[in-house]
Design a protein around this ligand. Structure first.
Ligand code: SF4
Length: 342
């Protein structure tokens, strides 16, 4: 090994000629978003994780908000939290590594109970999921007897076990209307609930939880960006505040945002969501320029290549859910999966 070669410090792995050659095609996929000078620091871990995945019969699931070296470098399945869990259920892997936050790893475990599910950093939480507990849901039931409760998938398994059905940002309207009632409770995201209320005649009672990343965007910020670029297309996630959604050209889940960009290929886009997602799409849509203030999710960013490598070496930390709680939580997710998309 050349002693001048950089080392991937966390795992003590080196950027040898063999690593450089083996990872060159991987780097090709993300060269638009990762400078060449940074690659020697990522490549040894990408190489080692690839070998460990084979050894462990493991798959890495990467959420759309993960950094490009994870999203393009080591993931087998990418998408939003539900797509990740559902597609993992179709794989014959023994081990699932969730490159996302804790509630996503729990959902993966709910849908893959016999598999080992790892979350590379157990402290990777979510402000939205942590805004409500199972005890809160029981109090809501007492306050609104007979009113069905819909939980966004961004909730703990304990909360999912207490509600009637889950939803994602992509199917929330369909799920609410599938219940055939005049009034539902939606939790925990107040802004998603308010957005759904604009799309349906069903009365929505909202919990007041917020995503700490999306609540930082403002309508004034969008107006400021529009004043700088005549051709700017603004697409926003429904976890954003109402004034942001009112100022956007398109509102949709992460999956719908990606679909919209790939279909229409706008020249310039402001994606009002977690900033790594723009990097990940930019790698695949070179003709579109992405402008954005960079709001990062600090919880997602706890997941690093070094943490994924460590998890695959030690097979820890594992996600475990008590069987009776898992059965009830799984039912809420399965009821959602049974709702037909429009
Ligand atoms: S971006 Fe928001 S909703 Fe997603 S994990 Fe981070 S805090 Fe939670």
């Amino acid at each position: 090994m050349d002693s001048a070669m950089p080392r991937a410090d966390a795992a003590g792995l080196a950027y040898t000629d063999e690593v450089r050659r083996a990872t060159a095609p991987v780097y090709e996929r993300m060269k638009r978003v990762i400078p060449e000078i940074e690659w020697p620091f990522h490549a040894p871990l990408v190489h080692a994780i690839t070998a460990l995945k084979r050894e462990r019969n493991a798959v890495v699931l990467a959420h759309n908000y993960q950094t490009p070296e994870i999203f393009h470098g080591v993931s087998d399945i990418v998408g939003d939290s539900l797509a990740l869990a559902a597609r993992a259920a179709e794989s014959d892997a023994d081990v699932i590594v969730m490159a996302g936050v804790h509630f996503m790893a729990e959902t993966a475990k709910l849908l893959n109970p016999s598999k080992t599910v790892l979350i590379p950093d157990a402290a990777a939480g979510c402000s939205l999921a942590e805004s409500i507990t199972a005890a809160d849901v029981r109090l809501l039931r007492e306050a609104y007897p007979g009113v069905p409760i819909v939980a966004y998938v961004n909730t703990s398994a304990a909360v999912k076990a207490e509600v009637d059905i889950c939803c994602t940002s992509g199917n929330a309207v369909e799920v609410v209307e599938s219940l055939g009632v005049p009034r539902v409770i939606m939790l925990p995201d107040e802004y998603l609930a308010k957005y759904v209320a604009t799309q349906t005649d069903v009365e929505i009672i909202a919990w007041k939880g917020h995503c700490e990343v999306h609540e930082r965007f403002t309508g004034a910020e969008i107006a400021e960006f529009r004043s700088r670029f005549d051709d700017l297309v603004v697409i926003a996630h429904p976890e954003c505040p109402p004034d942001v959604l009112a100022a956007a050209d398109f509102v949709g889940s992460t999956a719908r945002m990606i679909d919209m960009i790939e279909r229409t290929r706008p020249p310039r886009v402001f994606m009002v969501t977690e900033c790594s997602m723009s990097d990940n799409i930019a790698a695949a849509v070179p003709e579109t320029e992405f402008v954005r203030p960079c709001n990062l999710c600090p919880h997602m960013k706890r997941i690093t290549l070094a943490a994924i490598h460590r998890a695959l070496v030690t097979l820890e930390p594992r996600v475990e859910i008590a069987p009776d709680l898992a059965d009830r939580a799984r039912l809420s997710v399965e009821r959602m999966l049974a709702v037909k998309p429009r």
